[in-house]
Design a protein around this ligand. Structure first.
Ligand code: PLP
Length: 368
């Protein structure tokens, strides 16, 4: 039997990045085949998780790793681990934290919202978020003060927010947590290219999404200290039950890790740079548009193009251009966080050359 393809879905070109409401990324046919293969089989999940742990450890240089449903899940279960460890009673009791140390210290400027507030992912475990510093300023002493003043079970840092708080040094923060005997967890959801660098800070666990730049099915990588990784897995008998990884997600992830290990990063970067330079040059020649190439602020190995729209010359402002692109067919999505300032961002890492042609043609048509 053959089922009908989902033809009624809106056709989308994604120039916005690894965005959850768009399905995040696209997997290769090889990954699709690995997923299809395991979907028709029974497996011993512990065996599959052990293989994943070894492969991800080799991939990242860490001691151990495990897989959860996604990074939001990883945040919750990693914090559960900091509170409950391997204790079956505590694992069963959560999110009731009676008798447990339950404060999670995080820099105020790291309170990201990736569809919901990270504070809710913390509270879901039963823990209590404790903010250190202000949204723009936080240093190691702010963190130390909060660890000392409260009953802290761990320190949570968000790697994409580090660039906004230059005063905070991850290694220093980790050392303070170590001094107080509590683990540090880094949310590095989109940072699969930088796992080793994040581990070098000394953090106990680094959390990464499989479905972002690794282009796997949705899954969460929990990488780091062996004892903690084992306790993360143990939370599946507690609040982690609804956050477990599926066999197909793990199989897809393993195929993606293999693809990444075989990736010629220099050649890949060159290809990305060429795409971006070409897009910037051609869009920058359009009336009322000036194009800027900007490196990823967190240190990911690619850049984005930002178009500044001069409404007087272009005939419409950035906001109306974005709306026109989105409402067409295919629907073109871009980075609109700076639209009020007249700027539109384009991330083309996962866009094909033919998709880029369509974007350029559409922008040009809308402007004329
Ligand atoms: C994407 C993201 C998350 C959530 O990851 P999921 O795998 O979608 O749950 C958490 N934190 C940051 C910083 C993110 O970018």
């Amino acid at each position: 039997m053959k089922t009908a393809p989902l033809t009624s879905l809106t056709e989308v070109i994604n120039a916005r990045g690894t965005f959850t409401p768009l399905g995040v990324s696209r997997s290769s046919p090889v990954v699709g085949a690995a997923v299809a293969d395991i979907l028709s089989r029974y497996v011993i999940m512990d065996e599959l998780q052990q293989i994943a742990s070894r492969r991800l450890a080799r991939f990242s240089g860490a001691e151990a790793a495990t897989v959860t449903h996604c990074t939001a899940a990883s945040i919750t279960v990693s914090i559960a681990t900091a509170m409950a460890g391997m204790s079956p009673e505590r694992i069963a009791a959560l999110p009731d934290t009676t008798g447990m140390t339950n404060g999670v210290v995080l820099p105020a400027g790291h309170c990201v919202n990736y569809g919901h507030s990270i504070l809710q992912a913390v509270r879901l475990s039963g823990a209590k978020p404790i903010l250190a510093g202000s949204s723009r300023i936080c240093d190691a002493s702010d963190i130390e003060r909060q660890i000392e003043a409260h009953n802290a079970c761990c320190l949570l840092l968000v790697s994409s927010k580090l660039v906004q708080i230059p005063s905070l040094n991850f290694s220093e923060a980790v050392k303070i947590a170590q001094k107080h005997g509590i683990p540090t967890i880094i949310d590095g959801a989109a940072q699969d290219f930088r796992i080793e660098e994040l581990l070098q800070s000394g953090a106990d666990l680094v959390l990464v999404s499989a479905q972002k730049y690794l282009m796997a099915p949705t899954a969460g990588l929990v990488i780091g200290n062996k004892r903690l990784v084992e306790s993360v897995r143990a939370q599946e008998k507690g609040i982690g039950r609804g956050m477990k990884a599926s066999k197909e997600a793990i199989a897809g992830l393993l195929a993606c890790v293999e693809e990444r290990e075989h990736l010629d990063l220099d050649a890949w970067k060159k290809m990305q740079d060429t795409k971006i330079a070409d897009f910037a040059q051609r869009s920058g020649e359009m009336p009322g548009i000036s194009a800027n190439i900007e490196d990823d602020p967190t240190g990911l190995p690619f850049s984005r193009v930002y178009l500044s729209v001069d409404a007087a010359v272009a005939g419409l402002d950035a906001s109306r251009l974005a709306t026109a692109l989105k409402s067409g067919n295919p629907s073109i999505w871009l980075i609109d966080s700076e639209v009020a300032g007249g700027r539109l961002g384009f991330e083309l890492v996962h866009a094909s050359n033919s998709e880029i042609e369509i974007i350029l043609t559409r922008v040009s048509e809308i402007l004329s």
